[in-house]
Write a protein of this length. Sequence first.
Length: 117
Amino acid sequence: MENLLFTIVVFIIIYLAYLFTVIMRPEKLKIFVTAKEITLLKSRYKLNIDQIDVKKLAHTIAISNSFIISFTIYMALLVDNMVLQLLIGFLVMIPSILIVYYIIGRHYKRKEVKNNV
């Protein structure tokens, strides 16, 4: 139970840090368009970022990154051995990133196609 509570606290802290350092600062939000996450979405899913509300996309990325990190921490905390925690962390994080960004890319691609019709 305390692992779950710790995971929720980590999720909130990461999201709030992202919110205050990127989303609420207009100059950082402009730079956000060139971030690695956005570059991945543009190249893999052929998204036109000019047609997407950058602030909503930033919130989506912040929530997804917070989820990925907190979920990875939760899964790693289920094991007591430090070496296994690191191994589980890597084995959980990579598929989590791929799955979550696949969902985000498909979601925004559908929105883009829907707006063009």
